[in-house]
Design a binder for this molecule. Structure first.
Ligand SMILES: [Zn+2]
Length: 236
């Protein structure tokens, strides 16, 4: 006879992945998204502890940025790349929220979140949002808010759908991201003199974050801007 408990466990295993997305090992009952070993070996960037870190250097001389941080390093060939793949393409937005909560807790003692008034996720264009069903950056933003209590506001709009960025070189990506984002009317009205944290899933060339930061800075010159991503492509 099938017990109620068994039925519930089976139902839960359909809803939640029961294997570690990094190493493939079955998860213990107290491991929710990643096994303990893979979590401990996560290649953390420690950017939040480094002045003028590699991420900050991407924006130097382009737009004023207060602080930058990314949780872990990302390489296409690394087993940790599957975290980002699951988050974006395999309907796992809760994985992003959980990872962001881990990052927020780790980085909180450094003072990274101090004085941040509003968290703004990088938006997806509406056609892409309709296709995917969720904006992964919004879930990452929510994970930080879970720890810091800072409000998340959807105060950036994407002007047009991105064509695939992967086929373009660095310069083309920088060009194509320019002018893609616009602050909403609420942003312009309420962010004078405020400190905002722009959140995205990955930083590679920095083109997307730069475009978002420039859009906010152009509309609201008194704004302070910090940046957070879940992952950083190995920056050279
Ligand atoms: Zn694992």
């Amino acid at each position: 006879m099938i017990s109620i408990k068994r039925l519930l466990q089976d139902a839960a295993s359909i809803v939640m992945p029961r294997n570690c997305p990094v190493c493939g090992k079955p998860l213990d009952s107290d491991e929710r998204f990643m096994c303990r070993k893979c979590h401990m070996q996560l290649p953390v960037t420690h950017f939040h502890e480094i002045d003028f870190n590699l991420m900050e250097q991407l924006f130097a001389g382009k737009v004023p940025i207060e602080r930058t941080a990314a949780y872990f390093y990302y390489e296409k060939s690394s087993p940790y790349a599957s975290l980002l793949h699951d988050l974006k393409y395999r309907n796992q937005p809760q994985l992003g929220r959980w990872l962001a909560r881990q990052a927020a807790t780790l980085m909180q003692p450094s003072g990274l979140w101090d004085g941040i008034d509003v968290i703004i996720p990088v938006p997806l264009h509406i056609t892409k949002l309709a296709k995917r069903g969720y904006n992964q950056s919004q879930h990452i933003a929510q994970g930080i808010a879970d720890v810091t209590g800072t409000p998340v506001k959807l105060w950036l709009k994407a002007r047009q759908a991105h064509s695939s960025q992967t086929q373009k070189d660095k310069f083309e990506r920088m060009q194509s991201a320019q002018g893609l984002y616009l602050p909403t009317r609420q942003a312009t009205a309420q962010l004078q003199g405020k400190h905002v944290l722009i959140v995205d899933d990955v930083v590679t060339t920095g083109a997307t974050l730069l475009s978002c930061a420039q859009a906010l800075h152009d509309a609201i010159p008194s704004i302070k801007i910090s940046l957070f991503t879940l992952a950083a492509a190995r920056l050279e």
